[in-house]
Design a protein around this ligand. Structure first.
Ligand SMILES: Cc1cc2nc3c(=O)[nH]c(=O)nc-3n(C[C@H](O)[C@H](O)[C@H](O)COP(=O)(O)OP(=O)(O)OC[C@H]3O[C@@H](n4cnc5c(N)ncnc54)[C@H](O)[C@@H]3O)c2cc1C
Length: 346
């Protein structure tokens, strides 16, 4: 009998989360990371756990919703097992509304959110108050949703690593034999491997850049306007992001971040002059479907895929982890059809 039941390849947020869900179900796990735990795309700064708008509901939106709702309890067990705080807070989010039409549309979504979010979170349209931590709103109105949360990407990887170690999982940096079922949660490299295996391009990398400001707004809601996030963290910093680049010549952060920062300050003038502590860039694994890719690796018995986190990897990680553990350990396949590898191949 194998001494290891499940081998997970990849120490990013998907691999760590899946390994944790498996360990909690009492099996022996080996996690293999060829570079560094949390050193890939998951090693960034932002950590927004933000829902899609409550409209045009889809299996992906339902999946993400369920993940956001389970996140608080899920991350609490991680923190408890390993003693490292992932920095989770259900902070909510403020978004300014540009004009009367935007206000009317936002109001139409109130009953939709009440139904789709099952009374577990609210989508409110509230008057601007002029508070310092509030985006300027041309209409005088804001959306305030109570579903959005945040965690620290790096702390969450550290928290999962600590929980795994404390629970007896084997973590290998470098290479080791695969034993038992094998889950490939290898981010961009995994998308490239899948593309090579099936002889067609199933996804690509999308570069993203973000920065971190020293500004203490730790209990305040996130702010989002015109594609820019400001995400307060527990350590007295605010993450600001992100760019999305399909083509790039510089691998690290570049001058585009200056524009992101200028837009963030226009959105929240209180951030003007805050010290920039770090600039960061990573490459997101974006599948052709733009959503997560989960399930069995077709034609390769005993091998499974968890990829395609793209812009929402942290938000969907708890649900990805449990669904993959259901499949790999119990043979219970509840992966939405649109997220299967087969859907990418269709
Ligand atoms: C600027 C930016 C901002 C973002 N903001 C957010 C956000 O606010 N909220 C959110 O939810 N998501 C966000 N994301 C997306 C999120 O970071 C990704 O969806 C997520 O990190 C993907 O995780 P992963 O585990 O699939 O990949 P990765 O983190 O890249 O992990 C893959 C790991 O596999 C390892 N590996 C590769 N090949 C092998 C092999 N053969 N064997 C073993 N290991 C291997 C790599 O070294 C790597 O550590 C953002 C991304 C960027 C770039």
């Amino acid at each position: 009998m194998a001494s290891v039941d499940v081998t997970v390849r990849g120490g990013g947020i998907f691999g760590l989360s899946i390994a944790w869900a498996c360990v909690r179900r009492g099996v022996k796990v080996r996690l293999i990371e060829t570079a560094r735990i949390g050193g890939g795309c998951s090693g960034g700064l932002v950590g927004a756990l933000a829902p899609h708008a409550p409209e045009a509901w889809s299996p992906l939106k339902q999946f993400q919703f369920e993940s956001l709702i389970m996140a608080e309890g899920w991350w609490a067990t991680v923190a408890q097992a390993g003693g490292v705080d992932p920095g989770y807070l259900r902070s909510g989010r403020l978004q300014p509304l540009a004009d009367e039409a935007a206000v009317a549309l936002a109001q139409e979504r109130i009953p939709a959110a009440a139904e789709l979010w099952q009374g577990l979170a609210e989508w409110r349209v509230v008057p601007a108050t002029g508070a310092k931590w509030e985006p300027a709103s041309p209409s005088g109105w804001l959306i305030h949703d109570t579903l959005t949360a945040r965690l620290s990407p790096r702390q969450s990887a550290a928290a999962l690593e600590a929980a795994l170690r404390a629970s007896g999982a084997e973590i290998v940096l470098g290479e080791a034999p695969e034993e038992g079922a094998v889950v490939h949660a290898t981010g961009l490299a995994g998308l490239q491997a899948l593309s090579a295996a099936f002889g067609r391009k199933l996804g690509a990398g999308v570069k993203g850049q973000a920065l971190k400001l020293r500004f203490d707004a730790r209990d305040m809601p996130q702010v989002f306007a015109a594609g820019v996030f400001a995400v307060p963290h527990a350590d007295g910093t605010v993450a600001v992001g992100s760019t999305a680049e399909n083509v790039w010549t510089v691998d690290g952060p570049d001058g585009q971040l200056d524009d992101v920062l200028a837009r963030a300050v226009a959105m929240l003038p209180v951030l003007a002059g805050a010290e920039v502590q770090e600039r960061w860039a990573g490459v997101r694994p974006r599948a052709k479907s733009r959503g997560p890719v989960l399930g069995a690796w077709p034609g390769r018995p005993g091998h499974f895929v968890a990829n395609g986190g793209f812009k929402i990897g942290f938000g969907v990680a708890p649900k990805v982890a449990e669904v993959m553990a259901d499949l790999v350990l119990e043979g219970r396949d509840v992966v939405p059809d649109a997220m299967r590898v087969e859907a990418l191949l269709a």
